[in-house]
Design a protein around this ligand. Structure first.
Ligand code: HEM
Length: 212
């Protein structure tokens, strides 16, 4: 398992697998095969994948610690950047086909529809996280400040779930499912911090950049 997780090819595979939703959407778009409402398909698929990649990113640390697989950390940045990639596509499909690149119309909508307000807030919060995801930025900010900043990914995920919950009309099962997942990951984090606070589980050598 360790060998697999440390191989550079595993990273390449994770990259290609994470790109599959994008490739399928692009292919569907090129072939004009995205259903009767292609804009809706684009918006929904990119929104779903944003939320999934946020959950994958948040799950890395619990999995790494629970199964004692520190090598998993190698994939966290890539997964987080894929969450950002899909939210940018999600935003572009909203701004373009939905709002015709009319920024004042977009602001009116952000102010008017509360599900758009929280989605937009989550998107804005993700921007500094994507920018500062490099090792250079960890050095520049210092481990503690970098960690504190990157904990806001929990806020992004919570806002993403609220955004989803508020936009669905009747069947709330999917947003509730994501809400439960994010809730479990957040509770794990609180529990882990509590245990570490009591000193019974010393932080790992990697703790400088592994709190998210
Ligand atoms: C982290 C940020 C975000 C996440 C996690 C997210 C997630 C989602 C999800 C899961 C859906 C529903 C997909 C489905 O029905 O299967 C969705 C739909 C949508 N989102 Fe987002 N979103 C985010 C940011 C944004 C932003 C920035 C905007 C626009 C400013 C936006 C506008 C929309 C719109 C217009 C829909 C479709 C609503 C409808 O069908 O009536 N979202 N989003």
């Amino acid at each position: 398992m360790r060998k697999l997780l440390t191989s550079k090819w595993t990273k390449v595979v994770v990259f290609f697998v994470s790109s599959i939703p994008f490739v399928l959407l692009s292919w569907g778009l090129l072939r004009n095969d995205l259903g009767i409402n292609p804009v809706e398909t684009l918006q929904h698929t990119t929104g779903d994948w944003t939320l999934r990649f946020l959950v994958f990113t948040l799950a890395i640390t619990p999995l790494r610690k629970t199964f004692k697989l520190p090598e998993l950390i190698r994939f966290r940045r890539m997964l987080g950047l894929f969450a950002f990639f899909y939210v940018v596509l999600h935003f572009v499909t909203y701004l373009g086909p939905d709002q015709s690149f009319n920024f004042s119309g977009m602001w009116d909508d952000v102010a008017k529809r509360k599900f758009v307000t929280v989605g937009f807030a989550a998107f804005v919060l993700l921007i500094p996280l994507a920018i500062t995801s490099t090792t250079g930025w960890i050095r520049r900010l210092g481990g503690k400040r970098w960690q504190a900043l990157h904990r806001s990914i929990y806020v992004c995920a919570i806002l993403g779930v609220i955004h989803y919950y508020w936009l669905v009309k009747s069947d709330v099962r999917k947003p509730v499912f994501y809400g439960v997942l994010v809730g479990i990951l957040l509770l794990w984090r609180v529990w882990d911090a509590y245990i570490r606070g009591k000193g019974s589980a010393p932080s790992t050598a990697n703790s400088r950049v592994t709190a998210v």
